[in-house]
Design a protein around this ligand. Structure first.
Ligand code: SF4
Length: 187
C-alpha cells in the first residue's frame, strides 16, 4: 500500500467516526471537550488549555462549554487562588456519557487486534502525532513520564502523591502521572 493510500485510510476512519458524532446528541467539539477533560490533569482543566489542545477559537470553546454545562455533563467552579480562572470538571453524567463515545468502537477493535498490531499502531501513531506537533510548534500535551519536570518517586513520604513535579512544586499520584498536561515539556 502506498503512503497516499494510508493517508486516505486515516481520513476515511476519521470521517466515519465524525459521522457517528454528528448523528449523536453531541457535536464533534463537545465530544472532544469531554474526552480532553476526562484525560487532563488538575493543572490543565481550564478553558484556555482546552482551546490550545483543540487548536480551536475562544468563541467555539466558550459555546461548547455552555452547551455541555446546559446538558448537565460539565461543571465550572472558581479556581482556588486564581480569581480569573475556572476549574472545569465532568459531572457523573459527563463521565457516563463517554461510554457512548463513537471512538470507543475503534478502541475495542484495536484492543481485539492483538498485542503486536496494538504495539505497532501505538508506536506509529505516536511518532506521527509528535512530528506534526513539532513541525507546527504546538504544545505536546504529553504525560508526566516523558516530561523533564517529572521526578518519579520524588516525594516518597508525601501522602498526596509519591512523585513530584518540579514545575508546579506539587506531589503527583500514579493516576495523575498518566494524565495529559498543558505544561508538559519533553524530557
Ligand atoms: S511533571 Fe510535567 S507533565 Fe507532569 S504535571 Fe509537571 S509539568 Fe505537567
Amino acid at each position: 500500500m502506498s503512503t497516499d493510500d494510508m493517508v486516505i485510510l486515516l481520513e476515511r476512519l476519521s470521517r466515519l467516526v465524525r459521522a457517528q458524532e454528528h448523528a449523536s446528541d453531541l457535536n464533534p467539539a463537545q465530544w472532544e471537550a469531554l474526552r480532553y477533560l476526562s484525560r487532563c490533569n488538575r493543572f490543565s482543566n481550564a478553558p484556555a488549555f482546552l482551546t490550545r489542545y483543540l487548536s480551536a477559537t475562544k468563541g467555539t470553546i466558550s459555546q461548547t462549554l455552555i452547551a455541555l454545562e446546559r446538558k448537565g455533563l460539565l461543571s465550572k467552579a472558581p479556581r482556588p487562588g486564581q480569581a480569573r480562572s475556572v476549574v472545569l470538571a465532568l459531572t457523573a453524567e459527563g463521565e457516563a456519557k463517554l461510554r457512548d463515545d463513537p471512538w470507543q468502537q475503534v478502541s475495542s477493535m484495536i484492543e481485539a487486534s492483538g498485542p503486536k498490531t496494538r504495539k505497532k499502531l501505538a508506536s506509529g501513531s505516536q511518532k506521527l502525532v509528535n512530528k506534526i506537533i513539532k513541525s507546527r510548534g504546538l504544545p505536546s500535551f504529553g504525560s508526566c513520564d516523558t516530561c523533564r519536570y517529572f521526578r518519579e518517586g520524588g516525594a516518597p513520604d508525601n501522602v498526596k502523591g509519591k512523585h513530584w513535579c518540579l514545575l508546579f512544586e506539587q506531589p503527583i499520584t500514579k493516576t495523575e502521572a498518566a494524565k495529559i498536561c498543558a505544561s508538559h515539556d519533553t524530557a
